[in-house]
Design a protein around this ligand. Structure first.
Ligand code: ADP
Length: 589
């Protein structure tokens, strides 16, 4: 039954509730009325019969007084008028049966003796004993017995009316509830129809119609709100699906190899170009370790790159080598970006690997060219230099002032050219990975002194100062550190067009010596300071636009210093001057 109720529709449930309530209310009311009627009609019967008893007793008193049973029987016959009086009897004052009604009733069906005065219900009869009194003398007792047909008839009547009323009321309640319940069940049914349409057609743009402001209205609102949210989410999902399929198409059609991997180095995607550049298919590589394509001598780069990425740095145009499927090496330039989840945690890396084989070959050709040209220029230059020096010696001897001046200038230009060619040769060696250091122990002071003297010779407008470095020994490539200082000094001269002091200093700092070159020149702005040491980088500054150069001096300086396990640094303020410095280990002699 309970289960049945659970499974029936709300409409039926409501109908049942209304009808059952109605039936129970009516039944209770009818019941109460019946009980009331039952007691009421009992009282009425009792009153009627006792009135009749009193009348009959008073009528019978004479018959008893004159001891005339015939008269008594006749008097009792008057009871015929009331069909419900089923028996009556008159007892004399000794309690002996005197007369009976109906006359033919068997005496043994009547009480043998009169009992206590009064009227009471016995079974389905009302019996009464009424004393017959004449002038305060009790003459005898009247017995009277009535059936309860009147009462039963009334009750039956009532029951019938009740039943009819109940049927009528139920029919009425049924019709009424049919109309009223629509206001409850119809909105629910409407909601259900909307749910059906949404679930079968997956159309989240429709909305349920709100017809009331009650709980069902609130439910409709909540349902519509839910639909709006689903619709918005759907749009977002469709957009992101579109975006990711566009992205996938871009990745697939990219000319560069695009590979993604987990932070642990497991490959998760591999595009067509990765297949073309490295020879492995996506099926072969997805799920494999990235180390498969990293040559053993380059594997130490990987953790350093990951560390840089985790610290938020970008890794762009990182030139390295990768191992192809056929075992050959390929030059590539890597740009790596982290892949983050919604919370910003790094969950992988995306690598763009550009094949730079051709670029590398082109660079090598250029390098070879520079190396050959520089080398070929060196020999004639050395011979010119020695001729000039011989001529200068002769001119000095002859005290030919004009010749001395002209030859001195020529010597200065030869020196500049020699430094330039030396730079080119070093650049070519560096690019080919052929730069080697010839380490030796030497004392700084005489070394710097010689360089300063030569530089002073070139700088007519500037005053080159240096402090005493006596007793400080270092272990370094003397020629290359010489070139570093020459480059720094020649820059200090070049970029201080108004002249001024140039200071070269050495100071001891925690077992190291810091060598610094300071000028009072044009200075360098913050933005350019970061790029100064890049190959071929030159600052665009109006004040020194006529100063010529190739942008390789500081690149070489920084590389040579790096080869000595140190780093070149710059401090500079525009229009005030610059200081370039680096530290080297102090050696004991
Ligand atoms: P080059 O001097 O041949 O241009 P460098 O590599 O030696 O190349 O220097 C790069 C750039 O740095 C120069 O173009 C110049 O603008 C700037 N620079 C170098 N040294 C100084 C300096 N002492 N003061 C101001 N600018 C300098």
């Amino acid at each position: 039954m309970g289960k049945n109720i659970k499974n029936t529709s709300i409409q039926r449930k409501l109908m049942r509730v209304i009808l059952v309530t109605c039936a129970v209310v009516l039944a209770l009311m009818c019941g109460a009325y019946l009980v009331f009627e039952y007691f009421n009609s009992k009282d009425t019967i009792k009153n009627n019969v006792s009135t009749l008893g009193v009348v009959m007793a008073s009528n019978s008193s004479a018959a008893l007084a004159f001891d005339s049973p015939g008269d008594a029987t006749e008097i009792l016959e008057a009871l015929k008028a009331d069909e419900h009086i089923v028996a009556a009897a008159l007892y004399d004052k000794n309690g002996q049966l005197f007369a009976k009604y109906p006359a033919d009733i068997a005496a043994n069906t009547l009480p043998a003796k009169p009992q206590a005065t009064g009227y009471r219900f016995e079974g389905s009869y009302l019996v009464g004993y009424q004393p017959v009194v004449q002038q305060s003398v009790t003459m005898g007792t009247l017995f009277i017995q009535s059936d309860l047909e009147v009462m039963y008839g009334q009750i039956n009547h009532l029951l019938l009316i009740g039943l009819l009323a109940m049927i009528g009321a139920l029919i009425f309640a049924y019709l009424l509830s049919n109309i009223l319940q629509k206001s409850i069940s119809q909105p629910i049914l409407d909601l259900e129809t909307t749910v059906d349409i949404v679930s079968t057609e997956h159309d989240y743009s429709i909305r349920a119609v709100k017809t009331s402001n009650d709980e069902i209205g609130a439910l409709t609102d909540a349902f519509n709100q839910m639909l709006t949210q689903i619709e918005q989410q759907n749009i977002a999902i469709t957009n992101s699906e579109e975006a990711s399929s566009k992205l996938a198409a871009i990745v697939e059609s990219s000319y560069d190899a695009i590979i993604s991997k987990t932070p642990q180095g497991i490959i998760t995607s591999w595009n067509k170009s990765a297949e073309r550049v490295l020879g492995y298919t996506a099926e072969e590589m997805i799920g494999k370790s990235i180390l498969t394509i990293i040559p053993p001598d380059r594997q130490n780069e990987e953790p350093l790159i990951i560390k840089r990425l985790f610290s938020g740095e970008r890794v762009e145009n990182f030139d390295t080598l990768r191992l192809k499927k056929d075992g050959t090496l390929i030059d590539i330039s890597l740009s790596i970006s982290p892949i983050r989840d919604a919370k910003g945690n790094i969950i992988g890396f995306s690598k763009i690997a550009r094949d730079i084989t051709e670029k590398k070959q082109e660079e090598m050709r250029k390098n070879d060219f520079i190396a050959i040209v520089s080398h070929e220029l060196k020999t004639p230059l050395t011979s010119v230099k020695s001729y000039i020096q011989v001529l200068l010696a002769i001119a000095k001897k002859e005290e030919a002032t004009f010749s001395i001046n002209a030859l001195t200038r020529a010597d200065i230009q030869i020196k500049k050219m020699t430094t330039m060619i030396q730079d080119f040769l070093n650049l070519a060696r560096l690019e080919d990975g052929k730069m080697r250091l010839n380490m030796e122990n030497f004392e700084l002071h005489p070394f710097i002194e010689e360089i300063v003297n030569e530089a002073q010779f070139l700088a007519t407008n500037h005053n080159i100062l240096f402090n005493d470095c006596t007793g400080i020994f270092i272990n370094a490539d003397k020629e290359k550190i010489g070139q570093v200082l020459n480059n720094l000094l020649s820059n200090a001269i070049k970029y201080s067009p108004k002249g001024g002091n140039i200071n070269i200093s050495c100071s001891k700092i925690e077992g190291k010596v810091r060598i610094a070159v300071t000028d009072e020149g044009v200075g360098i702005n913050k933005g350019d300071q970061k790029k100064l040491f890049d190959r071929f980088y030159r600052v665009k500054n109006e004040k020194v636009k006529t100063v010529s150069g190739f942008g390789i001096g500081l690149y070489l300086v920084s590389e040579i210093v790096r080869y000595h396990n140190s780093k070149i640094e710059v401090i500079s303020t525009e229009d005030e001057g610059s200081t370039f410095y680096f530290d080297l280990d102090i050696k004991t002699k």
